[in-house]
Ligand binder design. Structure first.
Ligand code: ATP
Length: 586
């Protein structure tokens, strides 16, 4: 298969915004892909060359990519940099420059060769690796057409900009290889428990939907996190959960999924599927000592923790552990505890289908607790007073509140779903007028007055998973410290786009657009209806979306979340409806 076929599909996808048209065009590409290459092409459409959790990093600095383009075109690196600054996009700059120097070049790159070379680029390590990466990329560019160069460079710089996410690729796979939309839930379930689109695609073409249904949880492949709904009232929570629930402490830290594979190795994954064992060697050691089953998947919250005093420390402290350098010192200065709350796999058995009480009992049997390896505190409650008491105790002990978990028989672990089996009750819900939400930055407005030179306000959006689109909900300039404001331009620069990204639905024109990538925690006084914002458009009222009034950044950068983990438009609708049901004074 020629890489040209992939590049042409990318070009069409980039120009398409209708979801159905995107699925059709992607379907066309997947239908034209031989079975053996289907996993590779799926990864390429995700902007990857291997599943995300494999952590394969092409690791090519922009400076190096600029040099490769300079060599390929015979133009000086300075001129290439100038062109990148003009277009705001390394891929476009390379395409334009190569249109002059390689205009008539016939397409000759094969998908398999491109994937193999990209792999070699990623694998190159050691003192001479930068030169080797440069040579490998140069070799690809020497044979690429201008259009192919556009996408090779974007892939390498981690910015494919196709406007499609995994949900859209799953739609296209269902359409082309699964016999239609009916196959979509099976594909999604499989993806949610293995996080590997290539594995799902490969099972689908080789054995049909039946083979996809047979994909099981397996140590080594992260399982997408089960998520919680929110309510602010103990009675309502108990009604939702059938009159009884397990009230578990909600620890304020970093969610970790620990996998011990058959070879004894322990790997830690974050919710964003990053591997963080190197950042938390102390957590790995705790698990190596205290985890019974030879093969296992355990979930818990890593929290900054003073074990001697039994004191939970604030979230900000554990975030200082998310670093690449100076790890020994950080381990010494910020000790942590792991508070386990799930066991998804143990000794050859997938436990995700078991009801929660049984999983919890298995967890208690699998973990030998120690000063820093603990089980999440849990009590079963059957009335609102007991739930309130558990909440008060959790807050007094330094937690954010509770996660109330259903104990009914059908409480299997729902990977990747935010359902009503888990309901969080947080401190914020009690002390503020409204809840915090996590929103993706999609645009910014230039600052005026005191804020000249930095952003004055950000345009923020919630995620609509059904359409795989980000819909705006507010403009926020409050709550940022001077240090936050100074940090924003650099944090957002890699995401800046000259035009509105295809994944963004907005009715305003900010001064800069951003590909959704940075997530911020926002507190707001109220949700209202507005003709300016597009979240939940037309759902509550015709020609109106939901908007936040008096939004404020809480100071919490949700670097642990990817854009698609931001609060959803459905959650906002729920919040709006809940607020409508309450008397105005609460
Ligand atoms: P928040 O911003 O409220 O932490 P979130 O969007 O990160 O929420 P949710 O699933 O809504 O995630 O809330 C549950 C989160 O709380 C989990 O992702 C996990 O990190 C954390 N947590 C802490 N203690 C527990 C517990 N005992 N059980 C489940 N999750 C817990």
């Amino acid at each position: 298969m020629e890489y040209r076929t992939v590049a042409e599909a990318y070009r069409d996808l980039e120009q398409t915004s209708s979801r159905l048209a995107l699925i059709d065009r992607l379907g066309e590409l997947l239908a034209a892909t031989p079975a053996t290459l289907l996993p590779t092409v799926c990864y390429l459409c995700q902007g990857l060359i291997a599943p995300q959790f494999a952590g394969v990093d092409l690791g090519l600095a922009e400076k190096l990519a600029v040099r490769a383009v300079a060599t390929a075109t015979g133009i000086s690196p300075g001129q290439v940099t100038g062109s990148v600054q003009e277009t705001g996009d390394l891929g476009l700059a390379a395409e334009q420059l190569m249109s002059a120097t390689a205009a008539g070049r016939a397409a000759s790159l094969q998908v398999s060769a491109v994937a193999a070379t990209l792999r070699q680029i990623a694998d190159a390590e050691g003192p001479r690796s930068q030169g080797r990466k440069l040579d490998l990329l140069g070799g690809l560019l020497a044979r690429a057409t201008p259009l192919e160069a556009r996408y090779l460079l974007r892939l390498i710089s981690g910015e494919l900009r196709l406007g499609i996410g995994t949900p859209t690729i799953l739609d296209a796979l269902a359409q082309v290889h699964g016999g239609g939309r009916a196959a979509r839930p099976a594909l999604e379930r499989a993806y949610n428990i293995c996080c590997d689109l290539g594995q799902v695609a490969s099972a689908l073409v080789s054995g049909g939907v039946v083979a996809v249904e047979q994909i099981r949880v397996r140590p080594g492949n992260p399982v997408r996190a089960m998520l919680a709904q929110r309510l602010s009232d103990a009675d309502e929570i108990l009604v939702k959960l059938g009159g009884r629930c397990a009230a578990e402490y909600k620890y304020d830290g970093v969610r970790i999924q620990a996998h011990r594979t058959a070879d004894g190795a322990i790997e830690l994954f974050t919710r964003r599927l990053e591997r963080v064992s190197a950042q938390f060697p102390d957590v790995v050691a705790l698990l190596a000592a205290g985890l019974g089953p030879a093969e296992a998947i355990v979930e818990g919250e890593v929290v900054a923790y003073d074990a001697a005093a039994g004191e939970l420390r604030p979230f900000g402290e554990v975030m200082t552990r998310r670093r690449k350098h100076g790890i020994d010192i950080a381990v010494r200065d910020v000790p942590v505890g792991l508070f386990c709350f799930e066991l998804l796999f143990a000794d050859g058995q997938d436990l995700t289908q078991l009801p929660y009480p049984q999983r919890r009992a298995r967890l208690a049997g699998a973990v030998t607790v120690s000063a820093q390896l603990r089980l999440a505190t849990a009590t079963e409650v059957t009335n609102a007073a007991a739930l309130e008491a558990a909440f008060g105790q959790a807050v007094a002990d330094g937690c954010e509140g509770l996660v109330c978990k259903s104990v009914s028989p059908d409480t299997g672990y729902r990977a990747g779903a935010r359902g009503w089996l888990w309901i969080k009750l947080k401190r914020d819900y009690r002390t503020e007028l409204s809840d915090t939400v996590d929103l993706a930055v999609v645009g910014a407005f230039a600052g005026r007055g005191r804020r000249v030179g930095v952003y004055g306000a950000l345009l923020l959006a919630a995620y609509d998973p059904d359409a795989d689109v980000f819909r705006t909900v507010t403009k926020c300039g409050a709550g940022f410290t001077d240090a936050d404001l100074a940090a924003l331009p650099a944090r957002l620069a890699p995401l800046a786009r000259p035009d509105k990204p295809a994944t963004v639905d907005a009715r305003q024109q900010p001064d800069v657009w951003f590909e959704p990538g940075l997530v911020l925690e926002i507190l707001s006084a109220e949700l209202t209806l507005s003709p300016t914002y597009t979240a939940a458009w037309g759902e509550i009222k015709e020609n109106a979306g939901l908007a936040m009034r008096f939004p404020r950044f809480t100071g919490r950068w949700r670097d642990d979340k990817s854009a698609r983990d931001a609060s959803t438009t459905r959650e906002l609708t729920e919040l709006y409806r809940t607020a409508q049901r309450k008397p105005a004074s609460t």
